[in-house]
Design a protein around this ligand. Structure first.
Ligand code: 3PG
Ligand code: CO
Length: 560
């Protein structure tokens, strides 16, 4: 059987508390006015960067380095924290779905065979994010699935779209709807009754996460399942164009709408005997809808009518809950994560992040994602996971400080308590405020994140510990869409095109603290290290060797 015992590191001692700080959405990019980290006062992160060159370096946080299909794929929190925690690179949902579609295996699995039973007499409903962002879903995968399902007998198809503007440019929803409409009209030419049936912006309709606001999911349910929404249109293109023209409208927050026929009847409510597929591969923002679609007992909102459907997820979203029970593609099997190893080797861990929740949930970036999409504790006697509730009902550009200082204070207290060997935090500001596209607010966000780092590093200093500061992917360091040579792109009116999404930029890793063995420095012999190299590094800092199949450590120890 598998041995969980980690060998002792030959040179590094045990017993030094280690603070692992993940700055969400904090990449490294050229210094200009759209680099909010550069514009902001960030003395602490600056001092790490400008300190000893063998204690600060960059690592890849996007593309193949984190298990995504190609190096054109920006990083994201799911794959970034997975890599940080698991110490190996797993083919991620985006890639697994690509492979299953390319090989045709997706159509041979139990999931597709299950929904196929509904094709003869029922409608196939596809619900999900409509963009090519590649973070939660991808348009080309939807296109292939539409084609594949119709070739395999789906006669009536309804697509329920969620507009993006967060992983892609705001305003791009119009083009994606046009592309999808073209595909559907081609299918109609082949005798398939295929249409868009409903829609809404991802942050206002359906794609809530961590049970922050069930009303978001309810709005989606009403439009998608019941065929009811405040706005009714004859076509999705008209819907998106009209709703975008309202004051302050944007793709992320479009209100829910349904498409109606000439007699005003919704064209695609979900009815008994239908099949439903949620097309997102990423879990966090689909779990809530999956619960509403799958659970017989459900009290989060009044579903009014619960159709008897065959439901499958693109992936299984929660391996603990086995939700959904039926899925088209198996999720990555992220096993033997560093958190599990360390706990089994006696390391006591404190993990803290801000979550957009009021009640306690068990999800989280430095917990659920870090532990390989596994909810819950490995060993509750050795771990404490703390959520700091967010301000609710706002977009974070109006409160860019978020709860960073509270998180840092909790981390400080955990360090000072002496009860923990590892204190792990996620500071969300650069990412969550960066996604709003508000440059001024993002500058404030970066400044506060830096202040939070200071609180934690001061505590590390006080307890004689070690720190490792890194990030999960870029965001705040570049707020403008650029051409290939890096020049900002302008829109029709001469304004800059704001980049709300993550980036392809590398992220920093900095180590230090009074507990760090003086001979420790970053190796220079690793070709292109990525986030997955961090786990072995952290194990070393705790005085252990990493398992042999982990991506290699970033550090070496000089004799002195
Ligand atoms: C989101 O879900 O908010 C974005 O699509 C991705 O952001 P995250 O990967 O930082 O959560
Ligand atoms: Co993000």
């Amino acid at each position: 059987g598998l041995s969980w015992t980690l060998p002792d590191h030959p040179k590094l001692p045990k017993g030094k508390p280690v603070a692992v700080v993940v700055l969400d959405g904090w990449g490294e990019a050229n210094a200009d006015q759209y680099n909010c980290i550069h514009v902001a006062q960030t003395p602490v992160m600056d001092s790490l960067k400008n300190g000893a060159p063998e204690k600060w370096r960059l690592v890849k946080a996007h593309g193949t380095a984190v298990g995504l299909p190609s190096d054109d794929d920006m990083g994201n929190s799911e794959v970034g924290h997975n890599a940080l925690g698991a110490g190996r690179i797993f083919a991620q949902g985006a890639k697994l779905v690509d492979q299953a579609l390319a090989s045709g295996k997706i159509y041979e699995g139990d999931g597709f065979n299950y929904i196929k039973e509904s094709f003869e007499n029922g409608t196939l409903h596809l619900i999900g994010l409509l963009s090519d962002g590649g973070v939660h879903s991808r348009l080309d995968q939807l296109q292939l699935l539409l084609k594949g399902a119709s070739e395999r007998g789906a006669k009536r198809i309804r697509v329920h779209i969620l507009t993006d503007g967060r992983d892609v440019l705001d305003g791009s929803s119009v083009g994606f709807v046009e592309t999808l409409e073209n595909d559907l009209s081609e299918l109609r030419g082949k005798g398939v009754d295929a249409q868009i049936a409903s829609g809404g912006g991802r942050m206002y309709v359906t794609m809530d996460r961590y049970e922050n606001d069930w009303d978001v999911v309810k709005r989606g349910w009403d439009a998608q399942v019941l065929g009811e929404a405040p706005y009714k249109f004859k076509s999705a293109l008209e819907a998106v164009k009209t709703l975008r023209a309202q004051p302050n409208a944007n793709d992320q927050y479009l209100p829910p709408f349904v498409i109606v026929d000439d007699s005003g009847k919704p064209v695609g409510p979900v009815l008994d005997g239908d099949a439903v597929v949620t097309i997102n591969f990423r879990a966090d923002r689909m779990v809530m809808l999956a619960k509403a679609l799958e659970y017989a007992d459900f009290d989060k909102f009044d579903r009014v009518r619960v159709p008897k459907i065959r439901y499958a997820g693109m992936l299984q979203y929660d391996g603990e809950l086995k939700l959904p029970s039926i899925y088209l593609v198996s999720p990555p099997e992220i096993d033997r994560t560093s958190g599990e190893y360390l706990v089994k080797n006696g390391i006591r861990t404190f993990a803290c992040r801000q979550s957009c929740v009021i009640e306690t949930v068990k999800f989280g970036h430095v917990t659920f994602f870090w532990n390989g999409n596994r909810s819950g504790y490995f060993d509750e006697s050795k771990e404490e996971y703390v959520e700091v509730p967010s301000d609710s009902g706002i977009t974070f550009n109006v409160a860019p400080k978020m709860k960073a200082l509270e998180i840092a204070e909790k981390a400080r207290d955990a360090l000072l308590s002496g009860k923990f060997d590892q204190v792990r935090v996620n500071l969300p500001n650069g990412d969550m405020v960066g996604h709003t596209g508000d440059i001024e607010a993002t500058v404030v966000a970066c400044k506060v994140a830096d202040e939070a780092v200071k609180i934690i590093l001061d505590a590390v200093e006080q307890v004689g510990g070690i720190y490792l500061v890194t990030a999960d992917h870029g965001n705040a360091e570049d707020m403008v869409k650029r051409n290939k040579s890096g020049k900002p792109l302008l829109d029709k009116n001469g304004g800059i095109q704001i980049l709300t999404s993550h980036t392809l930029q590398p992220v920093p890793v900095a180590i230090g603290g009074p507990g760090l063995h003086p001979g420790v420095k970053f190796r220079t012999d690793i070709q292109t290290p990525g986030l997955a190299n961090v786990a072995a590094t952290v194990m070393n800092l705790h005085g252990f060797e990493a398992p042999s199949d982990y991506e290699t450590t970033l550090i070496e120890v000089a004799d002195n």
